[in-house]
Design a protein around this ligand. Sequence first.
Ligand code: ADP
Ligand code: MG
Length: 373
Amino acid sequence: MSRRLPLFAVCVLLFATLLSGCREPLREAPITLKGPIFGTYYQVILAEPMRRDEVADIEAGILDELEAVDASMSTYREASELSTFNRSPIGEWQPLSPELMQVLELSQQVSRASNGAFDITVGGLVNLWSFGPEARPESVPPNNQLEERLAQIGPDKVELDTQAGRARRLSDVYVDLSAVAKGFGVDQVADYLEAEGIENFLVDIGGELVLRGHRDADAMPWRVGVEVPNEHRQVAQYVLALSNLAVATSGDYRNYFEENGQRYSHTIDPRTGRPVEHALASVTLLSDSAAAADAWATALSVLGPQAALNTARREGLAVLTLERDGEGWVSQVSPAFAERVGDAALDKLGIPRPGQGPVQDSVQDAVPDNKET
Ligand code: ADP
Ligand code: MG
């Protein structure tokens, strides 16, 4: 008897738990959670039905992840870890969080592999061109100021001591992680969702994505629209069916300002200190890491059409580029992109295989669509 009582108690408890679980209403899939973050938006789509209390917990967990990245890597917050680092005395080692160290290391790798096209020390120039937190009128900065800030920058101006988890500034550089932190945030949220046992989801921060599993009960893959370079309308030119990877897009057609008819992109060429001017309108990169995809998309945007594809080939990057050509544009992919997407999918989309030469297209042919469907 004394041995059966606890078992009975356990059964009652279990029954009560199950009952309360059943009473908690289910939310139908897809469940979309969204809000503002990092000066842009975040969007998480969960492709499985879930209890409302579970959804609330997951949403709180997502917000915790985003807040942690923002508190560490934002240059818009004076008290962030990065802003504190940017004010630290030159030459003095600063202990940094493992997450910030990880992003600084990745940034250095991409800088080296892109011959300095990616450079997180461009922050001073980003501010000068009025794309950063130093609010100022949108206009072309004077040459002497440009030269002065250009002389200070370079990926080697931030030294990392990975063993000890610390870094130091070797000149008065202003580190700007805007080109990689969104991707890192996407990775962090995706890791969190996976740790929670969720298998089918999409995470999107300002167009940097991670896709896992499938998008509905029929196990259909996620669909990602690649936009045509048009600042006025959101139009998907290519819709790619993808899963279990990260996607980043870099484009000069959304974030820019104009003065005297000249367009100034928010992507700065660290070799000149000036916004990039070439005809490469957009770069879409597929990778296993959103942080790496984000950084590389920006690096390739700096390099320009031909160098971007050459670098993609050399580094084994999966890349789709759209290059402006009069009123239309031409599309090209790297071999790794063709491998990931498959020749059949490329043929169906009308994207030439690597080596077949670029395809020419015009805005009129584009089909209106959402960025992700
Ligand atoms: P995109 O999606 O167009 O690549 P990102 O937001 O990823 O845009 O990166 C652009 C931001 O990165 C700029 O606003 C600026 O803060 C910073 N940036 C500009 N040029 C560079 C560069 N050459 N290397 C690293 N970061 C850069
Ligand atoms: Mg980027």
